[in-house]
Design a protein around this ligand. Structure first.
Ligand code: SAM
Length: 297
């Protein structure tokens, strides 16, 4: 692997920020940061050189133009250039600061000292190239849902985290008192990051197990026992494919937190969940995203 990264810079209307953010994350970019400018918003994102071809970057620029035109906004300007590994790390590390999430968590970058004087649960992260710094609305909604579940007296559940990314949700669950978490991701770099973050937060392998793969890895990891909860923050298209498999790891008491779903996808997603025996208990919204709190019965 080479050690160069693409730095992608997008200058666009502030109303496009969320759409651009999600496009970049889905494109595989890491460390997406935004900076307010006079009448616009400058976003920077980073992508390992080996993960993308120049043509893909041109396609990304086209999608971003189409997204803007579809909602009658001027197309954003997109440019990219290669930077060295060291410059990548320092560029986005500068921008990421400790963030309060919900009532209980504070997520902070591993390269800073722990925030002082906070009575919140400290969640220390170095996401590397994986998704999940806590900056995205869907991650926040999932962590807040977990917090809500535990505040209702949830007793040490066994949890499956499908698409764990940096491991942020699994680590959050462990810090709240989960008994066991099986975290899986199809991206080997996410697995590496999640394991590193597990160690940063001193979570033992007795409590959290991270493996490459998807939902179909869970039965063997969990000794063919159902789990008490399922976390899944992936794109709606992927979740729809996974929902039928969720029954195989669920018991009548199992609950779930499902996000990565755009508001306009909420109704079809609820239909799919209900068709497969899930009850939508609550639907939380933030910006253009939603998060389903579901249960089996
Ligand atoms: C939006 S990120 C979520 C990361 C983290 N759980 C969070 O909430 O911030 C989605 C993750 O799902 C992974 N992923 C995508 N498709 C998947 C699949 N079919 N099974 C498991 N993981 C998948 C991606 O590699 C990515 O790390």
């Amino acid at each position: 692997m080479s050690s160069s990264w693409w730095e992608i810079q997008i200058l666009g209307h502030p109303a496009l920020e969320e759409t651009i953010f999600w496009r970049l994350e889905n494109f595989g970019c890491r460390g997406v940061v935004s900076e307010a400018q006079a009448d616009s918003c400058l976003m920077r994102a980073y992508l390992h050189q080996d993960r993308v071809q120049m043509l893909d970057l041109a396609a990304l620029s086209l999608w971003l133009r189409q997204d803007a035109i579809a909602i009658d906004l001027p197309p954003p300007g997109t440019r990219w250039h290669l930077i060295e590994e060291e410059d990548w790390s320092s560029s986005w590390k500068e921008h990421w600061q400790p963030t309060d999430i919900g009532d209980r968590f504070i997520v902070y970058p591993a390269w800073l000292d722990p925030p002082q004087g906070s009575d919140r649960i400290l969640l220390k992260l170095d996401p590397g190239v994986a998704f999940g710094t806590g900056a995205h609305a869907t991650t926040q909604l999932c962590l807040e849902s977990l917090e809500m579940r535990f505040s209702l007296g949830e007793e040490h559940p066994v949890i499956a985290d499908i698409g764990c990314g940096s491991g942020i949700l699994s680590i959050g669950a462990a810090l709240l008192g989960a008994k066991k978490i099986y975290a899986v991701d199809v991206d080997p770099l996410a697995v590496k990051a999640a394991r590193a973050n597990q160690a940063l937060n001193n979570i033992s392998s007795e409590i959290m197990v991270v493996e490459e793969g998807s939902l179909d890895r869970i039965p063997s990891l969990a000794n063919h026992q159902p789990v008490d909860a399922i976390l899944c923050n992936i794109l709606a298209e992927t979740i729809v494919e996974l929902v039928p498999q969720m029954s195989a790891i669920a018991a009548p008491h199992t609950w779930g937190v499902i996000s990565g779903v755009l508001l306009e996808q909420a109704k079809p997603m609820a239909d799919v969940l209900e068709q497969h025996g899930w009850i939508v208990a609550t639907l939380w919204k933030r910006q253009e995203w939603c998060c389903f709190n579901i249960r089996r019965s």
